[in-house]
Design a protein around this ligand. Structure first.
Ligand SMILES: Cc1ncc(C[n+]2csc(CCOP(=O)(O)OP(=O)(O)O)c2C)c(N)n1
Length: 950
């Protein structure tokens, strides 16, 4: 079919004259045209000859025809009589071919003429390709009688042009616009076409189903209006104008549940959220109304800062036709669309938990605003993930609340395309546009969408054309900017009225029945309002499901993270031994030999080996490990080689998946996105506390492409929404002369976000330290995000190595690594230098070189939570040190300085140290994080080390 498509895709009326011209040339001399044309004409020649004749005119005509000038067509007028005669004489095969072209055009472009806008403000231009006269048909009586052979197209052997047009208009230009011609898969297109054409694009619902649709719309609109009256002026980002979005959600949930979906994770923005929480997710109306009265959504003694009600999540079980579906709405910040990757990450984690490799049991639904869907880059980034092996969730259902406005911005100022949905074409998702005033059509297309997702495990988009009854929020005046639109909206009946009127006029419900349905709902809400007066959330909605057993931490005391030496050696053996007959790259053979030696001698373990031991030991303990980032399988610095590649076959071998009885190790080269991938892993970690989940930056700086995820989720998710995450960020950091963009992971930004024990920030100096901090992430009974500044040159630094026994039983993570042997007595130390990360080795080597033995260097392995107790214990050793230095390689306005300064001062004061304040030694404040010239870098680095030790 793909081939066929290619063959005929240019047969549009606009260029058939051009084709005919080339065909004529071909008939005269086949060699005069390009090979692709020759192939084409050889295959379709017969039909083409009729087209050519058609354009050439009948053999008896005067030969007038469109003349091709270059690729443009210049119409040469024919006399009316001749033209009429020519049409009358049209070969029936031409009629058939033209009808097929017309049908194809409607399938592809019928949506342009569909009745999508409830406000009717959209100007519909005639569409050349949908005009039968463009295919040589005449619109006159004969169209009603003359039968055209269709050979099964549209399910018909023959039909008149009038019949064909009727079917096409009904099917493709009703209240649903179908966009699927961009899909490459013939199978998917065929499936959609059959679904659509089998019902002429129209639903057929039973009386009960129609009443159920009406009931939901009454609930949704009724709740908004209830709040409007009871709490005038309170922001709720009403869904009014888009009530039928609830029909879309209901139908997607029902259909999907019928097709085996057990769990749905939902993500959405502000618009309509209060209704989704209640009418769809089942949050008690009393709870919601209590929040309208200013009460907290969490028990007061939780002591958390919380969030506004239209950002909160919830979860519930719904029973649909006897089947349970678990629904969870993910909490989100105001930043539009940033919840998307978080939702899909959660979906993936839940699929993994259910071993749902078919991705048939859990799925995501994302609701979007039209402006946000078209404008926010993370939409494309997330959609792109949908097709990638490491991230696919078998398709998300996207529902666009297309109210044709974004705050005050009209679509014409927000995008070029007539629709906000073009971004979904990057994964060839089908896109269904539907008139929101027709809830049956909305439900119908939502059913097809859910079936499509389940059948093909692909994203699908439902674009509900609707409007926004009020301003951006209920206190906003929309007529300042869209006066005509709002005159129209003010005179437009609500979706409840529109649908009720339809059902009443067709006799499905009576006016009395409708009034009684409304009254019952309003009575119910009054009762819920009364209950809201005394409503108190009695327990916090957290640490449930997979989180049972986890606790809010009392403190951050260290835990034993050591591992039996036997286990370490077994892992060492596996990671240094490739399978027999596996063609390992010669350079890696060498590396593996070096690795094997580390385990033989028990010394010289490097960073990558420590990491593999942390992962391997956790895997052996049944903890899955998932690491994703750009080029993470090999490692940006060619250090990890977690996947060996056979040099002859390109087959993969993952040593850490060959440890015997173990959990699974997933290491993924991500696509080139930070925002979506970090968001995805955060979402994964929220749903799966028992896996070690890591996101790695190529260089630490690139994490700022995902700043929204860091600020809005990682740093503040727990205090806003009571949602823990144990996500680890690995961010290569260190001043090595690589210039402004490859030096700094912006440690200072993370430190500025630290408070209320929200996360951990570390910059380790030894492989063993790194090993313990990774294991600590899992061994404790709580989860906090962990940000690690990871090394570059230290990956291979001779001094940055650990002994095997530093990983062994009884060992643990040390927040401060104290000074070692070889210096004067503690009482004679004149100066204490505190530092973190790579600069330690510069200081160490310089001290050695300069034969200084009265300066102690303390390594702060963890910045936050600040290790005040551990630091104080070390400081107290050096009673006579008159100077305490903080040394860093980052500029003064960056790095750890402004963060640690007051903490260290407090420690010094409390410890009654001789020096009462730390002194800074580092680069001067700078606008750019690092120098672009190696020479300058080296000079600065030397100076700061000297300043610290002098
Ligand atoms: C990333 C981001 N930028 C700007 C805003 C401010 N803002 C909130 S809603 C909104 C308009 C959204 O329009 P649309 O996506 O069409 O949704 P609607 O409100 O119309 O439902 C804007 C600009 C935001 N919340 N997030």
């Amino acid at each position: 079919m793909r081939e066929n498509l290619k063959k005929t895709s240019f047969l549009s009326p606009a260029n058939s004259a051009f084709v005919a011209e080339i065909y004529e040339k071909y008939l005269k001399n086949p060699a005069s045209v390009d090979q692709t044309w020759r192939d084409y004409f050889a295959g379709v020649g017969d039909n083409l000859s009729t087209i050519a004749e058609d354009f050439h005119g009948a053999s008896w005509s005067n030969g007038s025809r469109p003349k091709v000038v270059g690729t443009a067509v210049e119409e040469i007028k024919t006399s009316p009589a001749t033209e009429a005669e020519r049409r009358k004489q049209r070969d029936p095969r031409v009629d058939s071919l033209s009808a097929l072209m017309l049908i194809r055009a409607y399938r592809a472009n019928g949506h342009f003429l569909a009745n999508l806008d409830p406000l009717g403000m959209e100007v519909k231009d005639a569409h050349l390709e949908l005009d039968p006269t463009a295919y040589g048909f005449e619109l006159k009586d004969a169209t009603k009688t003359k039968e055209i052979f269709l050979g099964g197209e549209l399910g018909l052997e023959k039909a008149t042009l009038a019949e064909i047009l009727h079917i096409l208009k009904e099917t493709y230009c009703g209240t649903i616009g179908f966009e699927f011609s961009h899909i490459g898969s013939a199978e998917q297109k065929d499936w959609l076409q059959k679904k659509i054409e089998a019902s002429n694009g129209r639903p057929s619902y039973s009386l009960e189903q129609k009443k159920a649709i009406l009931q939901k719309i009454i609930e949704v609109e009724g709740f908004e209006q209830f709040c409007h009256i009871k709490y005038p002026g309170t922001k709720r980002f009403s869904i009014e104008g888009a009530e039928s979005v609830a029909s879309a959600m209901e139908e997607v949930i029902h259909t999907s549940s019928g097709l085996g979906i057990q769990e749905i994770v939902v993500g959405m923005a502000h618009r309509g959220r209060l209704n989704v929480l209640t009418a769809i997710m089942g949050k008690p109306y009393a709870a919601m109304l209590s929040e309208f009265q200013g009460n907290l959504a969490f028990p007061e003694d939780m002591n958390i800062s919380g969030d506004v009600k239209y950002h909160l999540g919830t979860s519930s079980d719904r029973i649909i036709d006897g089947r349970k579906v678990h629904l969870s709405l993910t909490a989100n910040p105001s930043h539009l669309e940033c919840v998307n990757p978080v939702v899909v990450g959660k979906v993936r984690a839940k699929q993994d938990q259910l071993q749902d490799a078919e991705r048939a049991k859990v799925m995501g639904i994302l609701l979007h605003g039209d402006a946000a869907f078209a404008g926010q880059g993370v939409v494309a980034e997330t959609i792109e993930l949908g097709d990638l092996k490491g991230y696919t969730t078998g398709g998300t259902i996207h529902i666009i609340v297309n109210n044709q406005i974004g705050f005050t911005t009209s679509p014409k100022n927000a995008r070029l395309s007539p629709y906000p949905t073009d971004v979904a074409k990057i994964v060839q998702a089908p896109i269904f546009h539907v008139n929101g005033d027709d809830p049956e059509a909305v439900a119908f297309i939502s059913r097809i969408a859910a079936e499509f997702r389940q059948e093909f495990k692909k994203d699908v988009v439902i674009d509900v054309f609707c409007y926004r009854r009020y301003g951006h929020n209920e206190g906003d005046e929309p007529s300042f900017t869209q006066p005509l639109m709002y005159q129209n909206i003010n005179n437009h009946p609500t979706p409840r009225e529109v649908y009720a009127e339809k059902l009443i006029s067709e006799g499905t419900v009576s006016q009395d029945e409708f009034e009684s349905m409304k009254q019952k709902w309003s009575d119910y809400l009054e009762a819920q309002l009364a209950a809201a007066q005394s409503y108190k959330p009695n327990k916090a909605d957290w640490l449930e499901g997979k989180w049972v057993g986890f606790k809010k931490p009392e403190g951050f005391s260290q835990v034993d993270t050591g591992v039996a030496l036997k286990t370490l050696k077994e892992i060492g053996k596996v990671i240094s031994t490739p399978p027999k007959d596996f063609n390992v790259h010669p350079k890696i053979v060498k590396q593996l030999e070096v690795k094997a030696k580390m385990f033989e001698t028990g010394d010289g373990l490097d960073w990558a080996t420590a990491e593999a031991l942390a992962f391997g030991s956790l895997l052996r303990e049944g903890v899955p490990v998932r690491l994703s980032g750009q080029d993470s399988r090999r490692g940006t610095f060619s250090q990890r080689h977690s996947v060996l590649v056979d040099q002859q076959t390109e087959a993969d071998y993952i040593p850490l998946n060959n440890l015997g009885k173990q959990a699974s190790f997933e290491v993924i080269d991500s696509n080139l996105s930070e925002f979506a991938v970090m968001g995805f892993e955060y979402g994964y970690s929220m749903a799966e506390p028992k896996s070690l989940v890591l996101w790695e930056g190529q260089f630490g700086d690139f994490a700022n492409g995902a700043q929204v995820i860091i600020d809005q989720f990682i740093a503040s998710g727990e205090v806003k929404w009571l949602r823990m995450s144990g996500l680890v960020l690995l961010l290569p950091h260190g001043y090595e002369g690589q210039g402004p963009e490859h030096s700094s992971a912006r440690l200072e930004r993370f430190l500025q976000l630290c408070a209320e024990d929200n996360m951990q920030v570390a910059n380790c100096t030894t492989p063993a330290s790194y090993f313990h901090i990774l294991r600590r992430q899992i061994v404790r009974d709580f989860r906090k995000p962990l940000i690690i500044m990871t090394p570059k040159s230290l990956l291979r630094h001779k001094l940055a190595q650990s002994r095997l026994d530093e990983f062994g039983p009884g060992t643990t993570f040390r927040t401060i690594i104290p000074e070692g042997e070889g210096l004067v007595a503690d009482s004679k130390i004149r100066k204490v230098v505190i530092c973190s990360g790579k600069v330690y080795y510069d200081l160490f080597e310089a001290r050695h070189e300069k034969k200084i033995n009265d300066v102690a260097i303390l390594r702060m392995e963890q910045f936050y939570p600040f290790p005040a107790g551990e630091l104080a214990a070390e400081i107290k050793r050096y009673k006579n040190a008159s100077e305490v230095i903080w040394c860093q390689e980052e500029p003064k306005n960056m790095g750890g300085w402004t963060f640690v300064n007051p903490f260290i001062e407090e420690v010094l004061v409390n410890a009654k140290a001789k020096a009462q304040r730390p002194v800074y030694a580092g680069r001067k404040a700078a606008a750019s994080p690092a120098a672009g010239y190696m020479k300058l870098h080296t000079k600065e680095q030397k100076e700061l080390v000297e300043a610290a030790l002098s």
